[in-house]
Design a protein around this ligand. Structure first.
Ligand code: TZP
Ligand code: MG
Length: 215
């Protein structure tokens, strides 16, 4: 699949650890989010996930069929075997994860996303950016959805990285309907969220509001 920056507009990140360890709830959220018009999905089984690899593959395959029917690109967080097993479109990695160059060598067709927290990390990643499609920048705001999370950088911190980034940027971390407009004037391609969608009482409305950031 070719990378389209518009696919970063509203990017749902989700794994069973975000929905009370209930795989069926992951499926419900992904289906409703795709129906509501999310533009990318990342399957992120992390932190205190209770699923074994076979269970991750089984759930990932269901997410794959939902996203495929919706024509929404599917990324997997930092698990190349899982990404290949479920025929994901891409992989997202953090600074401490498998190097993007190593991934690109074995799986050149996978789209690649890389997390960057600040200008220092952007500079340190420069040589790798040739094989990366987009940057995830944050946490924009305080978040409780990720363990060992770095400090929030605020809209200013997102702006600092986005204005120097040669690649499209999706902001992530603590972004909700209520604060997303604080990011509206920034040179970003979109917003990535967990709880704004997984904990939403109306996914259709939440996705609509989040879309407004780049409109
Ligand atoms: N990476 C940086 S912050 C974060 C990730 C995966 C968590 C985002 O979750 P939420 O609920 O949207 O703050
Ligand atoms: Mg990671």
């Amino acid at each position: 699949m070719n990378f389209d920056p518009a696919s970063l507009t509203v990017y749902l990140v989700v794994g069973s650890q975000n929905v009370n360890d209930d795989p069926n709830e992951v499926i419900r959220v992904v289906q409703e989010a795709c129906d509501a018009g999310v533009t990318a999905v990342q399957y992120r089984e992390k932190d205190h996930s209770k699923l074994n690899q076979a269970e991750k593959v089984a759930l990932g395959q269901k997410i794959r069929s939902i996203t495929k029917a919706a024509h929404v690109p599917l990324y997997v967080d930092d698990d190349l075997p899982l990404a290949l097993a479920i025929q994901a479109d891409g992989l997202h990695v953090g600074q401490g994860d498998t190097s993007v160059r190593a991934i690109h060598e074995v799986a050149p067709d996978l789209l690649l996303g890389l997390s960057v927290h600040d200008l220092k990390e952007l500079a340190a990643s420069e040589a790798d950016l040739a094989v990366v499609d987009y940057l995830g920048v944050g946490p924009a705001f305080a978040t409780t959805s990720k363990e060992k999370v770095k400090e929030a950088i605020g809209p200013e911190g997102v702006l600092a990285v986005a204005s120097k980034s040669p690649l499209p940027v999706v902001a992530i971390g603590g972004i909700h309907e209520e604060n997303c407009q604080e990011l509206a004037e920034l040179p970003i391609a979109g917003v990535a969220v967990i709880s704004a969608i997984t904990a939403s009482d109306d996914i259709q409305r939440s996705v609509q509001k989040l879309r407004g950031v780049t409109k």
